[in-house]
Ligand binder design. Sequence first.
Ligand SMILES: Cc1ncc(COP(=O)(O)O)c(C=O)c1O
Length: 357
Amino acid sequence: MNVAEFGLERWFDKYEHDADIMLAESGIRSLDASRFDLDPGTLGYVIPTNGDPEFRAEVGERYDRSAEEVAFTCGTQEANFLAFTSLMDEDSHAVVVTPTYQALHAVPEAVGSVTRVSLEPPEWELDVDAVADAIRPETEIVVLNNPNNPTGRYHPQEKVEAVYDLAADADAYLLCDEVYRLLAAEPLPPVASLGEHGISTTSLTKAYGLAGLRFGWIAGPEDVIEGALQWKDYTTISPGIVGQHVARQALGADEDEILTENRELAADHRDRVRAFVEDHGLSWHDPVGVNGFVSVPDGFDDSEAFCRTVVEEESVVLAPGSMFGYDDYFRIGFGLPTDELEEGLARVGDCIERHRA
Ligand SMILES: Cc1ncc(COP(=O)(O)O)c(C=O)c1O
């Protein structure tokens, strides 16, 4: 099994450590650990290894599903990986809506085969007929990321349901990576609650600001969860016990406060970046979440040339659209603290104007 190099991770690895400002982080700024009780008691494995049954039952209620239909994972990354490895083999096929987070097509491409269905710029609309055309008899899984990374497009409920129906008719699953869902002002029902063919993956990384917990889950039909757990014995065995302990607090009494605070920050920062986009004559789809996919300014050959110039001249990291297959866009993440965002935007703006002249 060969997997493609993760382009964006390699880009970050090259530039993030030495740069002053990270304007390409895709989640909301991190919460301080002092906000939580950090003592889970003894530091053993989580037993049972798929997560505390009572806590899984609570999470399952969010999907109208039981404790057995949820498994805790180390982030959405592991949840997606386990879904692909459990559902696919070399003869199976996935339909993946792109552009998207690279892992969502690279892993199924490594396991089996993939047909990519492109969202249509500039509004990145989901073409349900194109998904229907891409589905084959051997299709096991249709993959969506909603709200979408990198475009910030939030596909409406009727389209998600139409894609769900297509997957169900083909006896396949719709897997929706919903890691940005709770940053929406009005989150749609999760896909795992739509019926037997729905699988949701998510974590506390992007919407809660708790990436370092490495705490996420997969929710879906019991046989899918069983298949995922069979692989999990070989990946991380159990979720981290500190992660589970803090996740209980973040999803419990603290949840409303955390999400309200984070949504307010996201909305305020979206306004600031919208003004930046307009001031510099750029364009984007007004995003949900904390990522925007913005047109590359005049004066630069392509997205990588632009992002390289910005990091070398201004010490600000952006994400080239080429990492998502679009050379004329860059991704900006606006979930970071406000003063850093303002400083980053000012530096990028200076660079744009200097090269336009
Ligand atoms: C769509 C999507 N899924 C998953 C991940 C990985 O997140 P986690 O920290 O939950 O593993 C990311 C990170 O950027 C993402 O954008």
